[in-house]
Ligand binder design. Sequence first.
Ligand code: SF4
Length: 342
Amino acid sequence: MCISRKILNWYAPKDRGLPWRKTKDPYAIWVSEIMLQQTQANTVIPYYERFMAAFPTAKDLAAAEEEALLKHWQGLGYYRRAKHLMAAAKIVAREGMPGDFEGLKALPGIGDYTAAAIASIAYGEAVAAVDGNLLRIYSRLHMVDGSIDKAAGKRRIVELANKDISRDRPGDFNQAMMDLGSKICTPTSPACGDCPLRGDCMAYHANCAEDYPRKSPKKKQKEEDVTVLLIDLDGRFLIEKRTGGLLASMWGFPMAEGHIRPEDVMKLLSEADFVAKKPEKVAEYRHVFSHRIWNVWVYYAPVEALFAAEGGRTWATKEALKNTYAVPSAFSPALEVIYGMD
Ligand code: SF4
């Protein structure tokens, strides 16, 4: 029996009943795939349901305010995904939804994997959706020695998977592979005894599944020391729209480079025309981005004089920080300090 038949026989009774598995609507599948890119399925479910209730079609999303979109995305992180989704929704609202893999790939934020997932599930196009799960499974099935983070290693796996994919049920084939990768062929301790593909698996027979996939050595993430300032004017906190670099155009607290002393905080505040009381260091934490790490010190700095919040800056109450502004998770421990205040 071929790999495609074996995986589909295994998949049929085990469909996980996830909300995006109950639809063929390309927009709904697209939203779910973007949310699932960096986040576990169980975490995504409530976000997906709220998102689809607020923006049920690409037209609704295209017409929404960016702030409303980001608010619905808050907690999922990787906000660039949400912005690309909105940019692409505007194109779809104008020109209609592309009807195949190549057309989908031309939209902002849609790469090979997402285009293949949508095209196979919504349109029945036989194109393998090659994500981390499928790369791991195929590198083990064929003991592929090329690194999967290099183009040649990945290309080899794309070819192999596109040969195997079911022509009748390509969407189910892709979803079955995703399930096999998340439940059975896991990165460590794969449950080979329960795997429907073990008869075809070279790594299983050679007893070396965990040696695959091959990867290039990891580059060390760049670490940065930064200071976050919680500037408090009678229970309202200064936030600003970030203008560049990490988290560009997201709301965040004013920051300084490095770990600075209380007297440096006083100096910064007086240079910005605040009358500051004694700042106090209230927290420190580490936030890991995909390519960078922030080591954060947080100061609480009450001020007296009203600082006119010009463009891109505003004073926000505790409630507004909770309900109105999308503040990324890199600032979550600082927000927790504010939420914990009387
Ligand atoms: S037999 Fe083991 S290593 Fe091979 S595909 Fe199945 S779970 Fe993965």
